[in-house]
Write a protein that binds this ligand. Structure first.
Ligand SMILES: Cc1ncc(COP(=O)(O)O)c(C=O)c1O
Length: 448
């Protein structure tokens, strides 16, 4: 090409949650059945949308207008409904024009970062849900800037680290938080949120809060929305129906924008996001149209509550399965759909392996793990030995070695097998590097 076609940020577009699938397919091609523990799709893992919700969707699917375009920002009635829901939280107030629909939050994230001026950076958590960290890095053309979530403190943000980074880097124009958090399962108490608001106010920057898992908290955690604490600071929260109904295939999420009237520059930025949406006409209409009917149905709060109990039980089951294992650190999740294991410093080395009973597969793993991060090597070995596909923590913009699995397997026996098998594989793997690199166990026997 006479001109370079490649965007300077193209190399930053990494999404390990799906990239690991490419490797898993190669393992599958060698005859290993795969148990997918990489992606947060409750439906693929066996959860059923309740019948009453499907009936509401079906009744809207027979209405002719469900097949039309709608307003660029979304269906006015649904936006009015969601604006009322924000105002009912008792914090900052919004109008329907502060609600913007997207084709899922994946689309929202790409628009929110894509519309930012290149030099305006957003400081985000590490580990981070990689759609955010990759989109931010790609928009700027540089590595994502991050603050530390502390595994020794229930994965809460290191506020001093946040403030120092904001104070000494004036390219930082916004702060990203994910609450409840993917991948750590942390839920931020009101005081932590208030600290983010204080920092944003002090340094004149905006807040971006991903609240995808707002309705999935447990183990005593109380969810506090950004709207309740943000006061007059400009910001936005992101919400979705992907994980609550759950309907990830709807590709339906929205932004709640706060305090546009407080800052002309922030208002222009939000307007540019809506202008970018306008070029696409609008987001998918049918999922938007069912939101008021589903959210106001008397069965909806019961549905959310029973899911909280279900994920609480699974989070505790995962915690119990791993907490006695040497060489790792685990935290009891309090929200979202994931469980994260961190290897202790120095626990991993390049001699560790899980023994395989297939020489060809062993050779393939040997070559594939030559130049990968330590935690990814474990993940590859786990895949080959057991067929279980988890995501290395290094894929979440994170220096800590570890991995993330989901709490989504709905078959109780299979979930128990997955937990026991991974916990056993961690022990075996860590023990294997101790005697001159000779794998110490027969992990292949774990395979199903
Ligand atoms: C924190 C977080 N934000 C956003 C998304 C994307 O959600 P959506 O299905 O609305 O694109 C996910 C999906 O897993 C997520 O975990």
């Amino acid at each position: 090409m006479r001109r370079n076609l490649v965007h300077p940020g193209a190399g930053q577009l990494k999404y390990e949650i799906r990239q690991i699938v490419l490797f898993a397919q190669q393992v599958a091609d060698r005859g290993i059945p795969i148990t997918w523990e990489n992606i947060g799709d409750p439906v693929q893992k066996g959860e059923k949308l309740p019948g009453w919700m499907k009936e509401i969707v079906a009744s809207h699917a027979t209405a002719d207008l469900s097949y039309s375009y709608v307003d660029t920002q979304g269906i006015p009635e649904t936006r009015a409904f969601l604006a009322d829901a924000v105002n009912a939280r008792g914090g900052t107030r919004v109008t329907p024009s502060d609600i913007i629909f997207f084709n899922g939050l994946g689309d929202a994230v790409s628009k929110v970062f894509g519309a930012l001026r290149r030099e305006a950076r957003v400081l985000g958590p590490s580990p981070a849900y990689s759609t955010h960290s990759s989109a931010e890095a790609a928009h700027s053309g540089y590595e994502h800037l991050s603050y530390r979530l502390d595994p020794a403190d229930n994965w809460l943000p290191d506020i001093e680290d946040v403030e120092l980074k904001v104070r000494y880097n004036d390219s930082i124009a916004g702060l990203l938080l994910i609450n409840p958090d993917n991948p750590t399962g942390a839920v931020y108490p009101r005081e932590i949120l208030a600290e983010f608001v204080r920092i944003a106010r002090t340094y004149d920057i905006f807040l971006l809060c991903d609240e995808t898992y707002a309705n999935i908290t447990y183990n005593g955690a109380e969810f506090v929305s950004l709207a309740e604490v943000i006061g007059d600071v400009p910001g936005m929260s992101l919400r979705s129906i992907s994980k609550d109904l759950p309907w990830p295939g709807a590709r339906c999420g929205w932004a709640e924008v706060f305090n546009q009237d407080q800052d002309e520059n922030f208002r222009s930025y939000v307007r540019s996001i809506v202008d970018a949406k306008r070029l696409e006409v609008c987001s998918t209409s049918l999922p938007q149209s069912v939101i008021p009917a589903i959210f106001t149905d008397e069965r909806f709060p019961l549905h959310l509550e029973s899911r909280r109990r279900m994920f609480e039980a699974r989070a505790n089951e995962a915690y119990e399965a791993f907490r006695g294992v040497d060489g790792i650190r685990v935290t009891r999740p309090r929200g979202a759909l994931y469980f994260t294991v961190v290897f202790e410093e120095g626990a991993l080395n390049s001699n560790q392996r899980l023994r395989l009973d297939d020489a060809e597969l062993e050779g393939f793993i040997e070559v594939s793990t030559e130049e990968v991060a330590d935690d990814k090597r474990f993940v590859y070995c786990l895949l080959a030995a057991t067929g279980i596909c988890v995501v290395p923590l290094s894929g979440f913009a994170c220096d800590l070695p570890g991995f993330r699995m989901t709490l989504l397997e709905s078959d109780d026996a299979k979930r128990a097998w997955v937990l026991q098998t991974i916990a056993g594989a961690v022990s075996d793997y860590l023990a294997s590097g101790t005697s001159a690199g000779e794998p110490s166990i027969e992990a292949a026997r774990l395979r199903r």
